[in-house]
Write a new protein. Structure first.
Lengths: 103, 221
């Protein structure tokens, strides 16, 4: 029994709160997309809302908020390497005079 | 041996100090797998970013062929299923066998709803000849609205990303059915629910991926 003292049990209220917040953010992102904001504010607002939703899911549904920080580090590390992969790829593809014809 | 099993709970393997260390190790292993999953989908997101940077006008045009309403419904369905998975873990932590079973069943149901909606979306598009890559063969009406030479590339990316995501949903359903069968046999309780926790992490990641796919594919018109 004492071995399990570390496990956080989220309350039903907390979980429903996160679920409802995610639904509200979904409605918000559809509404904002409908406004037809000029580029780049359309993609920026959509990504800001998506990142907020992702944070809520990772922190509370996946329990990182209560979890050992090492697991959070793995997630942040994955995102860092994703950004690195995209950045290095774009350094190539954004600066080509001619896009590869068959692409 | 007899002495050993008297001091350790039945589910704890011999190479772990205690139940909690075993639980944390399993979770760490799952997070490492999720890192691999994020970078695997990352490659697809990278392709999306490169092609959107090359052909921004194509993406806004082609996204008009995607049904925002059904995309939004599927987002709500997946969020709901993430909530029920979290509730399933909570039930296991509180020794609520019935609650665990019911939450797993609702999750399986919602995952199936997601796939059915996805099936009808695919079916509708393929009927109009909106197919990926070299299978691109649109009806004259679609070709008139979507007269971009690279239109097939947008749908190549769309089908690849959503199909790989859909494959994860199918695997998730299989895992939930397995959990449900084990839950019914009373395998899980507040002392041991590692498979529920681990599968929950996987399922939340499937939800996370969709949280990004939805605005990037459906909401850019």
């Amino acid at each position: 029994m004492s071995e399990h003292h570390g496990h956080h049990i989220a309350s039903a209220k907390q979980l429903w709160g996160i679920g409802i917040a995610l639904l509200i953010l979904t409605v918000l992102t559809v509404t904002v997309a409908g406004l037809g904001l000029p580029s780049p504010f359309d993609i920026l607002s959509a990504m800001a809302i998506a990142l907020t939703k992702a944070f809520l899911v990772a922190a509370f549904f996946m329990g990182l908020y209560w979890d050992t920080k090492f697991n959070s580090m793995l997630l942040i590390g994955a995102l860092a390497f994703f950004i690195l992969m995209v950045s290095i790829t774009l350094l190539d593809t954004l600066y080509r005079d001619n896009v590869v014809p068959s692409f | 041996m007899a002495n050993h099993s008297a001091t350790h709970p039945k589910h704890v393997h011999h190479h772990f100090v205690n139940s909690n260390q075993q639980f944390e190790s399993a979770k760490l292993g799952m997070w490492v797998f999720l890192v691999n999953e994020i970078l695997f989908f990352g490659g697809l997101f990278c392709a999306y970013i490169v092609f959107r940077a090359w052909y921004p006008e194509l993406f806004t045009q082609a996204a008009l062929e995607l049904n925002t309403f059904w995309g939004a419904v599927n987002t709500v369905v997946l969020i709901g299923s993430s909530l029920t998975v979290a509730m399933a873990i909570r039930s296991a932590q509180n020794n609520q066998k019935r609650g665990l079973e019911i939450n797993l069943l609702i999750t399986i149901f919602l995952a199936c709803v997601f796939l059915v909606i996805k099936y009808f979306e695919y079916e509708h598009k393929l009927h109009l000849g909106i197919a990926p890559g070299s299978f691109w063969n649109p009806t004259p009406e679609i070709a008139a609205v979507l007269d971009h030479p690279k239109a097939n590339i947008f749908f190549g990316i769309y089908y690849m990303m959503t199909a790989v995501h859909g494959l994860h949903v199918i695997i998730g359903i299989a895992l939930m059915v397995w959990l449900y069968l084990r839950a019914r046999k009373g395998h899980f309780n507040s002392e041991y629910y590692t498979p529920v926790e681990i599968t929950g992490l996987y399922w939340h990641l499937v939800d996370l991926i969709w949280i990004f796919l939805f605005p990037l594919l459906y909401l850019i018109e």
